[in-house]
Write a protein that binds this ligand. Structure first.
Ligand SMILES: *[C@@H]1O[C@H](CO)[C@@H](O)[C@H](O)[C@H]1NC(C)=O
Ligand SMILES: *[C@@H]1O[C@H](CO)[C@@H](O)[C@H](O)[C@H]1NC(C)=O
Ligand SMILES: *[C@@H]1O[C@H](CO)[C@@H](O)[C@H](O)[C@H]1NC(C)=O
Ligand SMILES: *[C@@H]1O[C@H](CO)[C@@H](O)[C@H](O)[C@H]1NC(C)=O
Ligand SMILES: CC(=O)N[C@H]1CO[C@H](CO)[C@@H](O)[C@@H]1O
Length: 462
């Protein structure tokens, strides 16, 4: 067959390109430019240690099906260097494998190295040995901290480079970020595009508090507002929240579930209608990608908190947003030859060509799923398991000892336990005083429980 060799050559060269070709990532004031194309990027946070390795391909695929272009994750220092200079990347800590799966699914990746990540993670991702280094001051211009930070960051970047994870090496990582939520330095650089790293899909859960919920409509509204205002990359925090395994939950009082009311629930199921509504929203915004990233914007105030935003490019193509941020009045907007629109209160309508309504944030067309939890009689019954506190480790192997003051708890417990018992004895002979005694404890601790003669007499939560 005459044509066979030709087909063979084409396939070979494509495979070669897929393996080796670098992705060029640059930017201007209004866009992220990937291989010369101005792009709008939808990204979602999925933290690899908050699910199992077995769950990763499914979560990543569902994120792609939901219209994401990229997956973002922090790197969790405390997990990777639990003991100083002893690095660990087994099982669901294998971030290289995670990012490779992201690439195999055809998605980009965003790497946020920290080393401080916050993330409702135990001690914000800092290892406890770091806290206990003499003379250290975290997240400041402190030589001890900076040295440790540099060594860890270099380790992570070297691993990513070795695995060819960066876009310049043909890998998926188009953006990388150092530090996190460093409050006093958020300068808005007019030369770089608007990137939102944490538009929240919900909120984290605390013990004893109601389950957080953010509606699909409100999530879509806030992200639509970001694109109306010139945004080009939105990262959902979280797209899949997952689970805080072991002692990884931050404090105080954050639960083991980190479901977050995210588009994918704790177990990786679609959280409908949020997942579907955002998917439709992504598709609507992508219709205007070329114009939004390479056009000029004008805002027209239509009164009563209603705004028409028009993007126009050099070819005269247009793309519009109609927003109504009035939270109790719907608006009737007449755009003359471009049509009449009802813009419900607290909503954004997207108009392709400025005359065709392709999406509005309040109209949820995707199905609502109702999860039914069934007991699985075929499998062995789940039972409660108790794990005793590691008392010996807790006291740095010292068991109990005497002190005449409250102690620095992280240093003493090495964070293997949240608790520390303080015991003292006082002889009070005058029973009239005893019947009305007050216990004063000056402490930064979050929780205090008091016992007198073995009886629980009270507690205080901060
Ligand atoms: C952006 O628009 C200009 C015209 O203003 C055009 O020459 C250029 O090719 C466009 N760039 C991209 C990346 O589409
Ligand atoms: C948006 O909402 C309005 C008012 O509820 C409705 O008339 C319109 O059909 C919706 N548009 C889309 C694209 O869902
Ligand atoms: C309280 O009583 C005990 C024994 O009855 C005695 O040894 C002690 O000195 C008394 N303490 C005070 C403060 O009176
Ligand atoms: C208990 O002590 C407080 C002050 O410490 C005082 O205000 C209160 O009246 C006392 N109550 C009784 C029943 O003695
Ligand atoms: C919860 C949250 O961060 N939402 C923000 C998402 O982006 C829009 C537009 O910038 C903000 O208005 C929201 O507050």
């Amino acid at each position: 067959m005459g044509s066979s060799p030709w087909v063979g050559i084409v396939l070979l060269s494509l495979a070669f390109m897929a393996l080796c070709v670098a992705t060029e990532v640059t930017y201007d004031a209004h866009s992220l430019i990937i291989n010369g194309e101005k792009r709008i990027i939808f990204s979602g946070s999925v933290h690899y240690p908050r699910s199992t390795v077995e769950m990763w391909p499914n979560i990543i695929q569902k994120a792609k099906d939901g219209g994401l272009d990229a997956i973002e994750s922090y790197v969790f220092w405390d997990q990777h260097e639990p003991i100083r200079r002893e690095y660990d990347f087994p099982g669901n800590l294998d971030f290289v494998k995670f990012f490779k799966l992201v690439q195999e699914a055809g998605l980009y990746a965003i790497l946020r190295i920290g080393p401080y990540v916050c993330a409702e993670w135990n001690y914000g991702g800092f290892p406890i040995w770091l806290h206990n280094m003499p003379g250290i001051e975290l997240r400041t211009d402190n030589p001890i901290y900076k040295n440790e930070m540099q060594i860890f960051t270099t380790e992570i970047v070297s691993m990513a480079k070795e695995a060819k994870l960066f876009a310049s090496q043909g890998g998926p990582i188009i953006l990388a970020k150092i530090e996190n939520e460093y409050g006093n330095i958020m300068p808005n650089n007019p030369k770089s595009p608007k990137i939102f790293t944490e538009n929240l899909t919900g909120w984290f859960q605390k013990w004893g508090q109601r389950v957080p919920h953010r509606s699909a409509e409100d999530s879509a509204f806030s992200v639509a507002r970001f694109f109306q205002n010139g945004g080009i990359l939105n990262n959902y925090y979280m797209y899949h929240g997952g689970t805080n395994f072991g002692r990884t939950a931050g404090g105080p009082y954050i639960t083991t579930s980190y479901d977050y009311d995210a588009p994918l629930d704790e177990y990786g199921n679609l959280n409908q209608p949020k997942w579907g509504h955002l998917k439709q929203f992504h598709a609507a915004i992508k219709l205007g990608e070329k114009i939004l990233t390479n056009g000029t914007r004008t805002d027209k105030d239509l009164g009563n908190q209603v705004t028409l935003t028009t993007y126009t490019n050099a070819n005269g193509e247009i793309f519009c947003f109609l927003s109504n941020i009035n939270n109790n009045q719907d608006a009737n907007v007449d755009l003359q030859q471009d049509g009449k629109y009802i813009v419900p209160s607290w909503s954004v309508t997207i108009l392709n060509g400025c005359n065709k309504e392709v999406f509005n944030t309040t109209k949820v067309n995707s199905q609502t799923s109702i999860m039914v939890k069934k007991s699985d009689d075929a499998s062995p019954k789940l039972t409660w398991v108790w794990i005793p506190e590691k008392k010996k480790d807790t006291m740095q192997g010292k068991g109990s000892f005497k002190a005449n003051q409250l102690l620095e708890q992280k240093e003493l417990t090495l964070d293997v336990s949240d608790y520390l018992w303080y015991m003292t004895s006082v002889n009070i002979n005058d029973t009239s005083i005893w019947s009305n005694a007050t216990l004063h404890v000056n402490t930064m601790g979050h929780t205090l429980r008091a016992y007198v003669n073995g009886r629980h007499v009270g507690y205080k939560f901060s």
